[in-house]
Design a protein around this ligand. Sequence first.
Ligand code: PBG
Length: 325
Amino acid sequence: MFPIERPRRLRQNPTLRAMVQETRLAVDELIYPLFVRPGQGVQQPIAAMPGIFQWSVDRALEHAAIVRETGVNCFLFFGIPAHKDAIGSGAWDPEGVVPQALRAFRRHFPDAVLIADLCLCEYTDHGHCGVVDAQGRILNDPTLDLLARAAVVLAEAGADVIAPSDMMDGRVARIRQALDEAGLQTVPILSYAAKFASAFYGPFREAAENAPAFGDRRTYQMDPANRREAIKEVLLDIAEGADLVMVKPALPYLDVLREVRERVLVPVVAYQVSGEFAMIKGAAQHGWIDERRAVEETLTAIRRAGADLIITYYAPEVGRWLQQG
Ligand code: PBG
């Protein structure tokens, strides 16, 4: 006890503090989301996410070349299709905007890791992540074959990783089977395993144009109140063959991240979602918060809680800050 114990002894100067620092951010653990849409020369701002854009493939390539200079070399793709329909058939169109982007990125950046988000919600006219019946119920099992089909198209277009974000039961097993049957045994699955029905996806609905036309996602995404159930979801997805698992959102769910980290052996990914980004960005733009410190603090907390990898719209800025030291 004090006066023998004095924790401040190890905080006396920056070098000493760096030596005893337990958690560090590195650029290799960051994943940067990209929104791609049809067209040429398109750079469409997203109002609720200043600095984030929807890109046509040509412009996405230019943007990615700049992002790669910061050291970030892993991209997560979302598509805004030209047409939507009831079953989301654009999701398995080999000429869709995401397969086009994947082929272009594969060609230009052979060493980049390309992750394809896999979901129907950007492709359905009702905006739900699954097939809907006449009563407006989201049907689980009929959705699985559609997801499996889309997974094969995305992997054949060049995705290194398939990341299902729909929260249908049993989809990891079905996708694994479909990939294997198509000769894509080496393509890993990153499962959005514990994805909560969150208010923090708000800005993303504008970015991906996937707001549900009726109801909400609470019959498939998780209740934010449930920690045990999150563990169950994660263990089920690993049993079905998930190679990496995700907790999403990140900052409001640090307890879930910690427990998942302690229970599983696969890499754990956290998604700092659009609303988490917008809160920091908005406050910073008003001069109410120091942006760099707030971003580094939240990302460090997410890593400290147990995330191995973080998906964040701040990836390029963080890469730049890390280079600056
Ligand atoms: C949809 C999907 C969502 C996000 C990623 N994939 C939104 C949702 O479920 O409504 C959210 C990402 C973010 O908010 O940054 N499959």
